[in-house]
Design a binder for this molecule. Sequence first.
Ligand code: FES
Length: 122
Amino acid sequence: MYSAKVMDHFTNPRNVGEIPDADGVGTEGNPTCGDVMQIFIKVKDDRIVDIKFKTFGCGAAIAVSSMITEMAKGKTIDEALTISKESVANELEGLPPQKMHCSNLGADALKKAIEDYRSRNK
Ligand code: FES
């Protein structure tokens, strides 16, 4: 039911952890399944130079978190904002329809981390 890429990122997630002095933090949860995702970003010259995540959730949510951190690392803030739930799901070679909300969680947590960074740097 899951693609090889989802299984890879689920069993060997990249960028797990926390950035204590993060420039932006975004938390997103889904009240229906109870899963929660937190994304930390470090920004330099408008570029995401480091990114980490902590996710309490299903396998798909962990794979999404891992993939989205890989996709966002090294991107400018504006480029990172174009990462959508569809693009994460595509990079993971698809998610089952009932698991699409898990990729929503990732895209929203990243957006919130960027909003947090922007509000701190007004
Ligand atoms: Fe809710 Fe995966 S089941 S995030």
